[in-house]
Structures are given as C-alpha cells and as structure tokens.
Write a protein that binds this ligand. Sequence first.
Ligand code: 5GP
Length: 359
Amino acid sequence: EEWCESMPKVELHAHLNGSIRVSTLLKLAKALNETQKDAINFSQMEHVIMKNALSLTEVFHMFDLIHNVITDHNIVTRITKEVIEDFASDNVVYLELRTTPKRNDSIGMSKRSYIDAVIEGLKSVSSVDVDFIPKTEDSKSFINDKFNGNSRKRIIVRLILSIDRRETTEAAMETVKLALEMRHFGVVGIDLSGNPKTGEWTTYLPALKFAREQGLNVTLHCGEIRNPKEIKNMLDFHPQRIGHACFFEDEHWRRMKSSKIPVEICLTSNIRTFSVASIDVHHFGDLYKANYPLVLCTDDTCVFSTSLSKEYKYAADSFGLGKWEMFEVSRNAVEHIFADNGVKNDLRKYFHSVSKNME
Ligand code: 5GP
C-alpha cells in the first residue's frame, strides 16, 4: 500500500451519484437496456468514462445518463452503500457526502423518500462501521470506542443536501426544509451545484439565506466558469466553504482571502474539464504556499476516474510535496468539516495519535 492510500483522509466534496461505482453503473445501465430498449446509450457513457478530457457539457450529460439508471429507491440505497464502502477502503475516515434530493413522480419518488433511501444506504453498510448519527453530549468519544484496538475500518459520514441550479426558489426551499428535518440523521449543510451555465444566483439566495438562519452550513460551487458578478455575489454571501474557485480574478482572491473562506480543491476534475489550463498553474500551488485553508477532494470519483488517494498523490507529485506535508494537508481538513465540535475534537485526537505512529 502506498502512503497516500494508507494515510487517513478527509473528504468534503463528493457528489453521491458522480461517485457511483463504475461496475455498478455499467450493470444498471445494461439491466435498464434489457427492459427498455436503448434507454441508455452505452457507448456514449463508456466514452465519457474513458476520456481524459471532458467539456462541462459532456460532464453534465454524463450526470443525466447516471440519473437515468436510478429507477427505484433500492438503487439509491445500493449506490450510497457502495460509495461509502469505497471511500472507507481508501482510508477516508470522515466523509461529507453531498447529493441532490430528487423528485420523480413516475417512480413515486419524493425528495424526502430519496433521502430516506440514502439513509437506508448508510445503515446497510456492513463491511465497515459507519458513524452517521450525531451523538449526544454524554455519549462516548469516537476515538476511544471506534478507532483504537479494532481492526475493522471505521468511517464517520455526514450529509450535505445539494440544490441543483435548474431548480426554482420553491424547490430549493424544499431541499433546505428537508435538510432541517434530517439533522438528526447527520445532515449538516447545503450545497449549490449543477450546471454553472444554468440559472441565476438570486433564485437560490432566499433558500440559502434561510439555511444559514436556521444554522445549516453552506458551501457553494463558485467560479467554475467565468462569471465575475456571480462570484462577487457568492463571496458577499460568506459561505462556510466554497468549491473550485477556478475563474477568480484578483479582486475575487482579495475578497476570499480577507474572509478566509476555506476552498474545496478538486484537481483532477478541474484539469479534466479545462477549468484550469494545466496542473502547474493550478491555484492549489499558491494557496498551499500561502498556508491558506484548503481541502483536497475528489468531486466525482466515477466521472473523473479518481479516488482521494489519487488526488493526494497528484498534488504531491505536481507540487513537490512529501508524505509528511500531505499528512498535514489531510489533518488540516479536519478544521473545515461541518460536523460538530465533538467530531472535530475526536478527529484531531485521532490524527495526533496517527502522527506519532507514522514513520
Ligand atoms: P447527485 O447530486 O445526483 O448525487 O450527484 C450528481 C450531481 O452533482 C450532478 O447532477 C450535479 O448537479 C452535481 N455535480 C457533480 N459534479 C459537479 C461539478 O463538478 N460541478 C457542479 N457544478 N455540479 C456538479
């Protein structure tokens, strides 16, 4: 096992359906084609998975293809279960998994029943121990009863509900209300994602404001395309974190840095979608040097054929960083999680104990 695989890691920007296991996606697509002739265009799908450069349009087409295989609640449950198993086997010890609650009347799915199916997935993992119910204050510390002296893998999972940019204000509000109802199942925040070429900031703003007022954390996909006005509006909102930050101008960097908003960095995703011209000019380099709060993440392990350990390796190789420096990157991510201080403290202790054993 390479250091990047065995090192404990923290994943804060992973889209559930973009992280579907490739073998499962192909199996589900095949099964669907047997019942509904040509429901899925296979060659198109494989083409996307194999390609090493994708336009954003192709990426979002791929999400539509993936969403088409979700024909019942059990599939949502299965995808969730496998995604958690896959992150755990890559030694992710804390995962914030995000997903867009989907309503699909033709299969009797509501946003609520979709999320119920996701939670079923969290419960159904058996190969590793999944900790997703926020603890009450008197319950035992995670580090003592979970990590030590036990060979079974453990992963803490929290959920972020995404608003898709295609949605209306009402639909976005419904997602926020759902997130509030599901807090006791570990929903910790709201994300704004979906095709950046679609929709207007003002559409989502009321729901995002409401989320904040109610104490939910907010993370925004920001600067995936050139849109200075929207980037400015998003930074003015002061989200708890932002994802990507690719098409930033000097003024945006200044604003972001003065408010110290942590950035979720998805190297492979940014390079494969041409959001950043080449890895050597990726803003990770400057932010890392400036000791700016950042977190390395995968975005979509299926669509971008990656894993969190691959992202760590990619950063290390591209920016001349060693195992110890990467360990600090991973450890610092703990400071930017959306879970409560109990979880944060347990993770701090855990990383401290691992640092002593690491040679
Ligand atoms: P889901 O929310 O269905 O679990 O995961 C897939 C969805 O996440 C996509 O339909 C899209 O809305 C969002 N998503 C995944 N990757 C990206 C990305 O790189 N950029 C943006 N803006 N949205 C993404």
